[in-house]
Design a protein around this ligand. Structure first.
Ligand SMILES: [Zn+2]
Length: 90
């Protein structure tokens, strides 16, 4: 193996490790958010239909929900990230 190849291999390994680290960091953040979500009630009424809960859990962002037409016996809301929330009408 030439020194150039050796150097190339090394940077390749470092790059891969960094990718892996980022992946794990993201995974950890996600699991943390999910366990925080599990601790609060599954159907936390404080979220209501104003904000998307998935976005809050996954992106830690409060994304407004928009009411959609249609739905029999339930109200349908979408957020701009494509999540859907259905709420049974009382
Ligand atoms: Zn969303």
């Amino acid at each position: 193996m030439t020194p150039e190849e050796d150097e190339h291999d090394r940077s390749e390994i470092i790059r891969r490790l960094e990718d892996e680290k980022q992946r794990i960091d993201r995974q950890l953040a996600k699991e943390k958010a999910q366990s925080a979500r599990a601790e609060s009630s599954a159907d936390d009424p404080s979220f209501g239909t104003e904000f998307c809960r998935e976005c809050f859990v996954e992106l830690n962002e409060r994304v407004p929900l928009t009411p959609q037409p249609g739905g029999y016996g339930e109200d349908v809301y979408h957020c701009r990230n494509g999540h859907e929330r259905r709420v049974r009408r009382r």
